[in-house]
Design a protein around this ligand. Sequence first.
Ligand SMILES: [Zn+2]
Length: 148
Amino acid sequence: MRPESRRIPARTTEALLMLSAILFAKPTFAMGNELARVADTHALLKSPTPVAVKKGVVLHGLDAKMHTAIHKAGRIWMRHGKVLVVTSGLDGRHKKGSLHYAGLAVDLRSRYFAPSICKKVTHELQRSLGGEFQVIREKHHIHVEYDP
Ligand SMILES: [Zn+2]
């Protein structure tokens, strides 16, 4: 059997697909490194844009609009050299009546951005999502909710 005809385990295939997605999207070495580091501790979403989800975060029950928002955010984060990490969905403790509990809000990692970049990223995401979404820069993350 020729080595290249060996069956590749599903997990490896997924990783390869993810890597090729990144290469197609933007072939930067730094991004590959970043993703490898993130993939160590986070789940990766199947997406043309690399998006990671922090361990313990619940996205099941998330509104489809929020998935779209996550993918748009992923592209913006990537433009700024970071892999987007979703740090909260339907999990966690939020204030009473929070849209998180309705599957209409997510928190996105921002701690790796310098303050000026974080501000820029927030504006870019707000512009990309439009007026039906609210993008709020919090101390440790960027909160995004669908609130038409
Ligand atoms: Zn939030």
